[in-house]
Structures are given as structure tokens and as C-alpha cells.
Design a protein around this ligand. Sequence first.
Ligand SMILES: [Zn+2]
Length: 321
Amino acid sequence: MRETDLKKTYLGVDLGGTKLMVGEMDENGELLRYKRYPSGPLDQREALELIKRSLDDFLADRPDMPDPAAMGLGLVGRIDGRTGLWLEIDHDRAKPTPVTEILKETYGMPCFADNDVRSAAKAEMLFGQGKSSENWIYLNVGTGVAAGIVSNGKLVTGGHCNAGEVGHSASGIEFRAPCVCGRPDCVESVASGLGLDLCARLLAPQYPDTGLAIPADHTRVSASEIFSLYETDPLCKILTDNAAQALANLIMNLVRFCDPETVVLGGGIMSDDFLYRRILERLDPYTTRYVTGGVVRTGLDPRKIGLLGACSNAIKGMEEI
Ligand SMILES: [Zn+2]
């Protein structure tokens, strides 16, 4: 095969709260190969070292093919997508790091970055919802809850690269669980992976006969186990109902704020169809009457959308040069 017959490829690094994935995607959004690396609570310096080690490993094992056209990063925390400056992981881990500059220098290819959820929204822009609409929301329900909001074809970033942190809005349900952000009743603290774990531990003493496994160590309570015990276990029913109502309230609020044609749901918690169906039951038809594309689950693989998003940062970045 001549080199000109080969499609351009893009490297991607997806760093979430619990895992790091490195992959390579072609320009049609097909992941050619990928590898997962263990991660954990890291500061930015440690995370950058982990990214470099993982990239070295991934690239050493690369079949004989042309160099990738560019690299994209989807990182947890607050990133300035225009400059590639990684401002913070969270409030306590804030050491602004010029991550794209460092990696461009190290690997000799253009490098672009954004936060993990906006990156996933860019994958939707290129290969999913964005192909048919200019006004939509990508709502990620995973370790946390956050959104990529696309308005008139543009992804909203905000004045401090902090737009879309919609998980930190009031859940509107009776049960309250304190949130890490300081507010007493956030959606994230009842409906995310971390929130379901927190609420299971808070409510378990009221349900001594529960069959739900609540690990004594730092292992998180399994969301899919909660959903699978819904019909038979009262604790699992209340946890699921609370999460579904909080997410339905959030979606209806976002619909009123942003007037999207479609709301796309993704993230690890949304890979389970059960919670999705409980959310749909709770959406008011009048409130969502202009959401003509519906409240849908992503057509991209919800477990790989973060990595597709990281690679999409590279494509979008090269388009804008
Ligand atoms: Zn919060």
C-alpha cells in the first residue's frame, strides 16, 4: 500500500478520575487500537508523568504506519482549550501546567487539549449529533455529572473554562446529600458514580436487610448492581428513583436554559439502559416539546467516547490552526 493510500490518524489520551486510556483513531472516528492504563488520585505533575509513560509504551508497540497527524488530550479538571494550559484538577490540586506545549516538544507533533466532558462533546460534534444539529447538549453521567453545551454550532466554554459544570446545580429532590463543592443538594451527589456510592452509604443504616454490597474499603458501590436490584431491594429502588428524578430535573432545567434540539446522554452510568428508561418516564412532555431530536443515549460507545473525544481534540485543533 502506498503511503498516500493510508488515512491520517490521531493520537488521543483520555485521563478521567480512575483510568487513563491511550488510543489512535482515523479521521472517520474509528478507533484503530487503544490501551488502558491504571490511574488513581494524582496531582498534575504525577499525571503528566503517567501520560508520558503510557504514551511511550503505546508508541513503542505501534505497528509500522505513518506518524499520527496530531495528538489530543481529554483531561479531568479545568483546561484552557485555546492555550492548552491545564489550570487545575480540582481546587486542591491546582498547578497550572502547559501540558500541550510540553507534549508537543516531547513527541514532535501538534498537541491540543480540553476537559474530558467537552472533549466527548467534540466527538459528538464530529461523528454524532453535530452532523445533524447546531443546538444540542451532551450530558455526561459518570464519576461526576457535567455537560458540553453546543449553541449555534459553538461549544460553550465560559470566561474561566468552567462552563458546563451542571452537576453542581440543585437536584430538586427531597433527599439531600452534601456535595464536595459545598452545596447541600447537588445533582452530582445523588446521580453520579460517586453520588450513588455516597447515598448508598448514607441510606444503608435505614435498610439493614439490603442485599446491596457496600464495600468496607474505598471500592465504590456498583451502580449496575443498584439498578439490577431495583425491583426487589427497597434501598436500591430509592437510590435509583432519586438519581433518575435528579437527572430528569436537570435535563428539564437545561432544556429551558438552552433550547436544544437534542439532549445526548453519555458516560459510564448511562451505559446502563435501566436508569435511562427511568429518566424518560419523568420528563414532562410540555417542557421538552421543542426537543425534537429527543433525549437520547449517545450513538458512540459510551465507554470509549472519552477517548474518541481526546482524539477529536486533535482533529478540531488542526482545523483551527
Ligand atoms: Zn456540587
